[in-house]
Design a binder for this molecule. Sequence first.
Ligand code: IVH
Length: 698
Amino acid sequence: MQFDSNSSVPDDVAARAAELRAEINRANRLYYVEDAPKLDDAEWDGRMQELISLEEAHPELQTPDSPTQRVGATPSSGFDEVVHPVPMLSLGNVFDEDGFKAWYKRALDYLELESTPMVCELKIDGLALAITYRDGVMERAATRGDGERGEDVTANVRTIRSVPLRLEGAEGTIPPVMELRGEVFLPNSRFVELNAEREEAGLPAYVNPRNSASGSLRQLDSTETAKRPLDMFFYALGYVEGAEEEDNLSSHWSILKSMGAWGCKVNELARKVDSVEEVMDFIANTGEQRETLDYGIDGVVIKIDSISLQRRLGYVGRDPRWAIAYKFPAEQVETTLKAIHVNVGRTGALTPWAELDPVVVGGVTVGRATLHNKDEIARKDFREGDRVVVQRAGDVIPQVVEVSAKNKRSADSVPYEFPDACPSCDTATVQTEDEAVTRCVNATCPAQFERLLEHFASRGALDIEGLGERVAQDLTRLGFVSNIADIYRLHGRREDLLELDKMGETRVDNLLQAIEASRSQPLPKLLFALGIPGIGSESAEWLSRRFSSLAGVRDATEEELLAIDGIGPIVATALIDYFTIEQNRLVVADLIELGVNPIDDTPEPSADHPANGVTFVVTGRLETMSRSEAQSRIKTLGGKATGSITKKTNYLVAGAEAGSKREKAQRLGVRVINEDEFIAFMDGSVVPEREILAPDES
Ligand code: IVH
């Protein structure tokens, strides 16, 4: 991307672009950092659209602080190394009041003081980042790495909404060059959603929010990072040029306040305190609040407030004398690892899990826990029969941490041998270098196939009632089906099916009927049902609309795939790989031959229809069409039809008995239109104004 300040652009256009950038950046700050939105979504969209068109017409106008840069940049082949101008050090730990008092006394003795103010902050469980701002504009973002050298993740960090691309503030309050530091994290609630989506797309789940934040930040394709709801708290000033003795930077507390004023998100729970008692109160309060926070913390950081005292205190080894981490105990329990099992997932990933003597961890009984992967078992040398330490990661997913210090092994205990063949089909497994995952790559593996069949029939896919886990297993193990398409041949084997366990006449007939009915499911459902890695229900819709048929998708080139908005290199490669496998091509051919070949004849949305890119919610009873018809018309024209009203909704289409949605729309200032207005809108004849009522006028 070029950030060239060539001046062939008319002055008024350049001025307008600058004004739009400033307005949108300010609006983003109010929305993402201060949680107090000022612009409504329509106003925001309008400005963003205007800016995008200005920048398209005059690419020279694209500046690094333009909000249009948050969508992600061209994928990189790796990260450049960054040498930190001031090393990013670690923190010493204490675990109890005595440990803390001893630290504080050492610091006071060193300074020959009786007491000195401190700042207490939460210790966020994420990844440290250093972001350089030059003349207030974000220039570079680097990970901590080994503390001396990190990785340049600028393109990815640009996509994080709570990171200002340009700092705000009066002239002279922002040092010309400075580095702000803080912690990137993924909110717990978003972590759960992200894993659900990954599972749907057949990707391995992340272990905890911290790992997923790290994985998200290290995506080579920043459009992928842009899709992850990363967030950041700022907590320190690193390297600074030119403004060292400023009042607003003379204490840690004033640095936090200044960062807040510049538009950086600073954790609002931080407190300035004067005594050990206050520190202990802060720690106790934080411990109690921990469960209710939407981000992981693993303790409290206590910092000496005065920057000049911090300088005098300096460092011992890699730890500052002026700050300390008070670590919370992780909720850990010991139990016996009874056995190690290996699951084979739909995409062939072999996931080891531990069968445990059930124990209560963090209020929940845990009988099984993940062991992550082959390397983890080898590194920690987990063996069947061991006493092990169990905890709930990110306080959510149970995991086995380590072998207990008290463990005693019998003479015949041997290291666990991870199967080098698939437990289901005995095919040799593979482990690619860049993945920790061991996979069975046999396209005809029964375990994978059972999972796939279950997925194929699941509600979000072809929705074949009666084809759940057990029936999928029976059909596969008894040889009724050996590829997905075979289920459409079952109607010829009604008598044999009646022999199946617990399958009476009614069940068999219902199953056969549900299978027949699934033939008429639309193409996106079928594409999703195939279980192609990386293809979720949304990307299935895009593919369907672009290529119209199963054969069309199969024959798509990488170039064509990449041209689709929302499909990045990872998904494109996954699709190409999928259709390179002979077995998969045969299944597709088989489906087509059996007449399971839905055609998507939805015309591609024309980019200039006024509904393109607009978000609708349809509610109530419409006279001339069903709600789903209305929704599909919206989608055909390139709009979005969602289920619930948020500030992002542009229009509520309200039919009869619209009820609570209408009230909510009015409360949020979302424009409500009736069926006639909607039809005129869809015909392109009248675009209802998006003017929003002030909340008190409704
Ligand atoms: S201050 C030398 N403040 O903890 C000063 N660090 O164990 C070090 N961390 O690498 C940074 N929350 O990633 C500081 N409020 C906070 C923090 C924090 C989390 C992390 C940071 C650092 C690690 C040190």
